[in-house]
Write a protein that binds this ligand. Structure first.
Ligand code: PGA
Length: 264
């Protein structure tokens, strides 16, 4: 039914984007340097790629300031929506930008689990765009049900999180669909067919909020148990524009093997 409304997400034309979400790992800077060094070594032969690494903020200065290559870009895992200096513990866009950060993950499910609401996510999206960062908005349901309530959940997340994002700004946003039941160890990725249906559904919602052209142009990524064994099928058959990779991105060999599938 969904596929009758929007037949194809036209992902074939768009350059793929791979985001590495290191989350709260590795445990120390020495290890972070080691992983980053090995990634750089393994991608020497790749000419051009579209890759963003999001390490914990405290490692950013060490990794990004010293890096003078062009192939890897840096991102943050969160951003403060507040402005001004009187915000203990917060990290704002200007600080991130001074560490060569261009992208920021917003509304990851692990942050939503500790109380981040759609309203806060919306404020963070607005702040990122206003301050010149590219936000990666994460959405995804906890579980699926036969009645299709999960579709309403994803729709409400999209509508709530994108509240306040004007049509002129929406194409600056990247969406990452990450169903919670597929994230983390002990889980497996969603099937390519289920993913494809969800991507079409997300584009349908976007076309209702904005318009069809915007809905077709916006980049949608997938995240949740991506590995070398499933990355190609997920992208090709799921018709996504790229991947948001957690655990596999901390293994430099595995991660760069995935990169080599998409970039030559
Ligand atoms: P995973 O995490 O690849 O380890 O499942 C994805 C994510 O949470 O972004």
């Amino acid at each position: 039914m969904i596929s009758k409304i929007i037949k194809s997400s036209s992902n074939k034309k768009k350059e793929k984007l791979i985001i590495a979400n290191w989350k709260m790992a590795p445990q120390n800077l020495i290890e972070a340097r080691k992983i980053f060094r090995e990634i750089k070594k393994q991608i020497i032969k790749i000419k051009k790629m579209n890759v963003v690494i999001c390490p914990p903020n405290v490692y950013l200065s060490d990794l990004s300031i010293k890096y003078n290559g062009k192939k890897i870009q840096f991102g943050a895992q969160d951003i403060s929506w507040r402005t001004g200096e009187q915000n203990t513990g917060e990290i704002g866009a200007d600080i991130l930008k001074s560490f060569n950060v261009k992208h920021v993950i917003v509304g990851h499910s692990e942050r939503r689990e500790i109380g981040e609401t759609n309203e806060i996510v919306s404020l963070k999206l607005i702040r990122s765009i206003d301050d010149g960062l590219i936000p990666i908005l994460c959405v995804g349901e906890k579980q699926r049900d036969k009645e299709g309530k999960y579709l309403h959940f994803v729709r409400d997340q999209l509508i709530g999180s994108l509240a306040g994002i004007e049509p002129k700004d929406i194409e600056k946003v990247i969406i990452a669909y990450e169903p919670l039941f597929a994230i983390g160890s002990g889980h497996s990725a969603i099937s390519a067919n289920d993913l494809h249906q969800m991507i079409l559904y997300i584009r349908k919602i976007l076309s209702q909020i904005y318009n069809r052209k915007i809905a077709m142009n916006i980049k949608i990524l997938y995240g949740g148990s991506v590995g070398i064994e499933n990355c190609k099928e997920i992208v090709d058959q799921g018709e996504v524009d790229g991947l948001l990779i957690g655990r596999a991105s901390l293994n430099p060999y595995l991660f760069t093997d995935i990169l080599k599938v998409f970039f030559k």
